[in-house]
Design a protein around this ligand. Structure first.
Ligand code: NAD
Length: 256
């Protein structure tokens, strides 16, 4: 394992690993989006220092939990709506365009990989997407503006589905909610095919998502971890760098 805090050394080794790889895959977490103004969960000042998450069961069982979930969502909406892709997103989009990266598996729900130009076929969103909502009963899609209008007009009551009366939830995966089957299968395929697996900005404590880097390494891929704090998986990685993601990846946004 090479442990590096030197940006130049990390970039050079990462470039070598990318050159050697036939099927490189990136796995991103909330840390790639913090420089875009979206807080992560576990850093100081992160979302968890403010609110404990509302689990899926609680969301489904209690109207007040749904009201609270939408209150939080709309409080955060400005940060999400104003966010633009950061240096990490741009680097991955460039590597995909040049064929040096084959896919991105993300835990993020902010839509910033798509905004940086990553095509749907190359992207797996493991935890869904927070830019729209769906009815949990009949699956009808609702735009956030539609939900917000009704939420505000009623003084903070979460609207139910006009078609079937079911609860409407942001199209993200909450704790306790089943993982999306198709996206899990696509992530599994990317992971099995990968010979280089690059983890970027994840604390690697949320399972089953964190199982993918573990699986990639076990099946023989080289593992890279870019995160400003140590993770439980550092000791099994081939390259680890504890630094700002944007600083490490910025040159990859333009390099051939
Ligand atoms: P996490 O908050 O558990 O971990 C983020 C990691 O990134 C931390 O270890 C932190 O030290 C590191 N980090 C933060 N900013 C960094 C930077 N600029 N440079 C280098 N490292 C940085 O996030 P997770 O592992 O993705 O898991 C949390 C869950 O929360 C995921 O399911 C994710 O979907 C969700 N989430 C998503 C967003 C988003 O979509 N942007 C934001 C918050 C939480």
């Amino acid at each position: 394992m090479i442990f590096d805090t030197d940006l130049k050394g990390t970039r050079a080794r990462l470039a070598e690993l990318l050159d050697e790889a036939e099927f490189a895959v990136a796995f991103t977490g909330a840390g790639i989006s913090t420089e875009c103004g979206i807080p992560d969960f576990r850093s100081p000042g992160g979302l968890w220092t403010k609110n404990q998450p509302i689990s899926f069961d609680v969301f489904c069982a209690h109207k007040e939990a749904r009201n609270e979930a939408w209150r939080r969502k709309f409080n955060m909406e400005e940060a999400f709506a104003n966010a633009r892709p950061g240096r990490g997103h741009k680097a991955l989009a460039n590597l995909l365009t040049r064929g040096r990266l084959k896919g991105v598996i993300t835990q993020n729900i902010d839509g910033l990989h798509q905004a940086s130009g990553v095509a749907d076929e190359a992207l797996v969103e493991l935890h869904g997407n927070g830019t729209y909502a769906t009815c949990l009963e009949c699956g009808t899609r609702y735009e956030l503006d539609w939900v917000r209008e009704r939420f505000e007009a009623s003084g903070g009551i979460a609207p139910d589905c006009p078609r079937c009366g079911g609860p409407i939830k942001a199209a993200t995966i909450s704790f306790g909610q089943s993982m999306p089957e198709r996206e899990m299968m696509r992530a599994d395929r990317f992971t099995k095919e990968s010979d280089l697996f690059i983890v970027i900005g994840s604390s690697l404590v949320v399972f089953p998502a964190a199982g993918f880097p573990l699986q990639a390494k076990t099946l023989g891929a080289k593992l890279v971890i870019l995160n400003r704090e140590p993770t439980e998986f550092d000791s099994m990685a081939d390259l680890v760098c504890h630094a700002e993601i944007g600083d490490v990846l910025a040159p990859f946004a333009t390099d051939a």
